[in-house]
Write a protein that binds this ligand. Structure first.
Ligand code: ADP
Ligand code: MG
Length: 237
């Protein structure tokens, strides 16, 4: 099982943001979409999520053709750089939100929220408001919220991009451990080579709307497919 992207093309006016992109993202893995700014990573993620539509091509998720399906029917969870948290709701309420709109039983919601807050190490902050959390804690809350409805796929767009370097590093290590615990298929957009190399099982290098290479961090280092990949990875400081 996997996410299968086949022949995706997306234009904005005359500009080709994605040019016939085909890639297979295996189930249970942590995959990074890596590349320079403007390369088409977010566009690809949004199309996988069902938040945007391609001009041509197909997306299938776990064997189901998702091409025409809206986001709500794709069983995906999202976290973005600037996540729209509910500012007036406590941490626990934020995490419970997706379960409450699905009318799950109260006892089940309470239990699940407790479990999730433990998973993201925010149990002692359940009654705080998001404004009373640090940036890193807020993104962990966003992850718990995305995981609440047990998505089959977790999609993260530069989730730590707005945080300072030290917190970014802490959170990327934490994301790796979290993934090892929950094994949910995760696709993670970053323009940061080091972040992708440190965290991902597999990296999809995207530039100018095309896939330059797909491989493990070792494969990318040992056998860069072309000068672009070699140059881009060479920028790691
Ligand atoms: P990345 O996430 O890799 O930085 P994006 O997928 O956000 O890149 O954008 C790829 C290209 O498509 C960029 O040149 C961007 O300006 C363009 N683009 C993205 N969204 C839109 C839009 N809604 N309208 C016009 N151009 C867009
Ligand atoms: Mg982007």
């Amino acid at each position: 099982m996997s996410i299968e992207v086949s022949g995706l093309t997306k234009k904005f006016g005359d500009f080709v943001a994605l040019d016939d992109v085909s890639v297979s993202l295996p189930t249970g893995q942590l995959t990074a979409l890596l590349g320079p700014s403007g390369g088409g990573k977010s566009t690809l993620l949004r199309i996988i999520a069902g938040l945007d539509t391609a001009d041509s091509g197909t997306v299938s998720i776990e064997g189901v053709d998702a091409t025409g399906l809206p986001a709500q029917k794709r069983n995906v969870g999202f976290v973005f750089q600037h996540y729209a948290v509910f500012k007036h709701m406590t941490v626990a309420k934020n995490v419970a939100f997706g379960l409450e709109i699905r009318k799950r039983p109260k006892a089940e919601i309470a239990h699940r929220v407790e479990e999730l807050l433990e998973l993201v190490h925010l149990s002692q902050f359940s009654h705080r408001l998001p404004s009373q959390l640090s940036g890193g804690q807020r993104q962990r809350m966003a992850l718990a919220r995305a995981l609440a409805v047990e998505p089959s796929v977790l999609l993260l767009d530069e989730p730590f991009g707005a945080l300072d370097a030290k917190v970014r590093k802490e959170l990327r290590d934490w994301l790796r451990r979290l993934h090892d615990e929950v094994h949910v298929t995760t696709v993670f957009v970053t323009h940061d080579q080091e972040e992708a190399l440190e965290v991902a099982d597999e990296i999809v290098v995207i530039n100018e709307g095309r896939v330059e290479q797909v491989g493990s961090p070792d494969q990318l280092y040992d056998e860069p497919a072309n000068d672009f990949v070699m140059g881009f990875l060479g920028e790691v400081t």
